[in-house]
Design a protein around this ligand. Structure first.
Ligand SMILES: Cc1cc2nc3c(=O)[nH]c(=O)nc-3n(C[C@H](O)[C@H](O)[C@H](O)COP(=O)(O)OP(=O)(O)OC[C@H]3O[C@@H](n4cnc5c(N)ncnc54)[C@H](O)[C@@H]3O)c2cc1C
Length: 396
């Protein structure tokens, strides 16, 4: 049984079925829509280039794979001891193996007026449909947040010809992840396309047609889109007593602290062999690959998750690709030109490369990923050789 019909949940169900499992597979999703590509919701779907036909995650839907897909059903409680899920409406579902892939929830704003109907967060397709329908009636849109989601949304809405103001509490949006140079490139790209940015500011209050900033500046607004970060959805895991650490703690095979229960995607904090840190990320491809490995492991494969994390982001015609994971770094090595959008930036800590971002250099991004995998294999070989040598000398 899989709780979550997103990237990780879909990939897990697909992997379980295509690995030869002929028994029952059930996927529960609070979403009313069948699994779709969430990453398009701030990009080609929001800017109007793609319609609904481009949204499904894969050509083969889960029902076609013989998976029972239960949409619009919330799993309210998990009894880990008795292997039972309790569903909204009073139903129950037994499981022999369970995957939690419940994703994340957007942070809700708390300024006065945050509960007005034209204030919208963006996570689900339903949220996006509401935003698109509001965009069609709006002329002045304000976007709150210096996150990937808020800035991508601002770009897509601006591409529809609307006036867009972005209010970002961070003076250098995205810089904690991609550094100052790429932060400035993203900001400049937005400015060049006519987005007004109010950096280092917060919202003081919102009324039906005005947003007041913390410096007293007032903006006209008939739609406010909020993208101020997300929170992993760990309620089920918490109540069931699974080990948590700003997410659900899993081991290298994506097993949680309780038997027969796995976790994958935005909720999972796993031991990353590349940084030797326990990390949790909010990346689409990581969720998909974790789902596939968790699914295989639910059938007994015992595969280790050791992918180099990867994500991409797109703002108008600017695309950034990022491999690895650098929570903090003390050196940025830059080759090429940021202004010409032809650049590779390496993020290092104590001389060790942790992550690489590229613009206009996709091949080098893939090579950087391969190089990180090669270095991991090398470290493992050196470690095994050392262990073998130690055993040999202690036997003597
Ligand atoms: C608008 C947007 C754009 C993005 N763009 C990018 C991008 O460009 N690049 C990138 O790398 N990443 C991007 N991301 C992040 C990426 O989409 C996530 O990392 C990914 O979706 C995580 O997959 P997941 O399966 O863990 O969770 P999700 O895809 O969020 O799926 C979670 C599922 O669990 C269900 N669920 C939750 N709780 C329950 C419950 N109690 N009972 C039943 N069902 C439940 C939900 O309904 C949903 O179906 C974007 C995210 C958003 C929101």
């Amino acid at each position: 049984v899989i709780v979550g019909g997103g990237a990780a949940g879909y990939a897990a169900a697909h992997a379980i079925r295509t690995s030869g499992w002929a028994g029952d597979i059930s996927v529960f999703s609070a979403d009313r829509d069948a699994p779709y590509d969430r990453t398009l919701l701030t990009k080609d779907y929001l800017d109007g280039h793609f319609g609904d036909d481009r949204l499904p995650i894969a050509h083969r839907g889960l029902e076609e794979l013989g998976v029972s897909l239960q949409l619009g059903i919330n799993v309210d409680a998990l009894d880990a001891h008795d292997h039972v899920l309790r569903l909204t409406g009073g139903g129950i579902q037994r499981f022999s193996k369970l995957l939690l892939a419940t994703g994340a929830d957007p942070h809700k704003p708390d300024f006065p007026g945050a509960d007005l109907p034209h204030v919208k967060c963006l996570r689900s397709l339903e949220d996006c449909r509401q935003i698109i329908s509001a965009v069609k009636r709006a002329s002045r849109v304000v976007v709150l947040g210096g996150s990937f989601i808020s800035l991508e949304a601002a770009a897509s809405i601006r591409s529809r010809g609307l006036t867009v103001d972005v209010i970002s509490p961070e003076p250098h949006p995205l810089s904690k992840i991609v550094g100052r140079a790429l932060s400035e490139l993203v900001v400049q790209t937005h400015r060049d396309k006519g987005v007004q940015l109010h950096l280092g500011h917060k919202i003081a209050k919102v009324t039906t047609n005005m947003v007041t900033l913390d410096d007293g500046n007032v903006l006209e607004c008939d739609l406010l889109v909020v993208g101020i970060g997300v929170e992993p959805r760990v309620e089920l895991a918490k109540e069931a007593g699974l080990a948590l650490d700003r997410g659900v703690v899993v081991d290298s095979q994506l097993r949680t602290s309780l038997p027969d229960i796995y976790a994958a995607g935005d909720i999972a904090r796993w031991p990353d062999p590349h940084t030797n840190e326990a990390i949790r990320v909010e990346h689409w491809v990581v969720a998909e690959r974790q789902g596939a490995i968790a699914g295989a492991n639910m059938l007994g494969a015992a595969t280790t998750f050791e992918m180099v994390p990867f994500f991409w982001t797109k703002h108008f015609d600017l695309a950034i690709r990022y491999v690895g994971h650098a929570q903090e770094w003390d050196e940025e090595r830059c080759e090429g030109s940021v202004a010409e959008r032809d650049v590779i930036i390496r993020y290092l800590k104590a001389g060790r490369e942790l992550a690489v971002a590229t613009v206009g250099r996709d091949l080098q991004s893939i090579q950087a990923e391969q190089e990180m995998m090669r270095r991991l294999a090398e470290r493992r070989r050196a470690c095994s050789a050392k262990l073998a040598a130690n055993q040999h000398s202690s036997f003597r």
